[in-house]
Design a protein around this ligand. Structure first.
Ligand code: SF4
Length: 253
């Protein structure tokens, strides 16, 4: 039995031990069997399960532009610091985001993997015209985010994400463990049921580093050209791709 103290003071008593799944045969059956159980598990239990089931074949995606990924890095440091952390270095991230990556290196002794696009910003402009993000952000995200992630994840069987149901209407039904149709991998969202308040409670309690732009009106950060401050009453991703009917880069479907 695994016991974990949640930020809200509740104790998780979900059993994710080997014995719980040993009647299930292959990895696919174990993942299917785990889905309903892990829905109510603590994030730490979910991460421990992922580390055990996938061993070195799972990676954590962290944008360094939102607080949830930082919570997962902090939790993984206690559970399995060998699980790789990666980010999509579009070449268009905020200086504060790169500064946070540096602080994360120092705090946790990890080396986040940068997944780069095959085209530089200049090469993209030569091939597709200047400021593709202002005319066709879906194609820009495909080049600078989706394709690099596909290349990186080709070496893995699962990936971990910090997305939560309360972040936006589009994310309201994400499961803790799901099949990612885009990558063909298992996708694990340990914080799916957490609220933003729970994330910030954890960050303050554990003194977790976070992007300093969160204190200046940017609750969610992506590339500089596609991120704006959020007004009172808006959901935390409302500042992304403002002016477009686009709320996701395509990584989370
Ligand atoms: S967030 Fe904007 S600049 Fe970044 S890859 Fe997507 S469209 Fe391009």
């Amino acid at each position: 039995m695994s016991l974990s103290l949640l930020p809200n003071g509740l104790v998780s008593i979900v059993d994710v031990s080997h014995a719980h799944f040993e009647h299930l045969d292959g990895p696919c059956e174990r993942i299917r069997g785990a889905r309903s159980i892990l829905e109510d598990a603590s994030p730490q239990d979910v991460l421990a399960w992922a580390a055990r089931i996938f061993d070195r074949r799972v990676a954590l995606a962290c944008s360094f532009g939102g607080p949830s990924g930082m919570v997962l890095i902090d939790m993984l440091a206690e559970i399995d610091a060998k699980i790789p952390v990666y980010y999509l270095d579009t070449g268009l991230l905020f200086p504060e985001t790169y500064a946070l990556i540096d602080r994360t290196r120092q705090r946790y002794g990890i080396e986040p993997i940068a997944a780069h696009p095959s085209l530089s910003v200049e090469e993209q402009a030569t091939l597709f015209g200047p400021a593709l993000w202002s005319r066709d952000p879906d194609s820009c995200c495909e080049i600078r985010k989706l394709a690099p992630q596909r290349r990186l994840l080709s070496d893995y069987e699962a990936w971990i994400s910090g997305i939560r149901r309360d972040q936006s209407p589009q994310r309201s039904d994400v499961a803790v463990v799901e099949s990612d149709t885009a990558s063909g991998l298992t996708k694990i969202n340990p914080l799916a049921s957490w609220t933003g308040e729970m994330v910030w409670t954890y960050i303050r309690a554990h003194d977790v580093p976070y992007n300093e732009l969160h204190d200046r009106g940017y609750p969610s950060l992506g590339c500089t050209h596609c991120t704006s401050p959020v007004k009172a009453g808006e959901h935390e991703r409302a500042g992304r791709w403002r002016g477009f009917a686009k709320s996701e880069c395509g990584l989370h479907r």
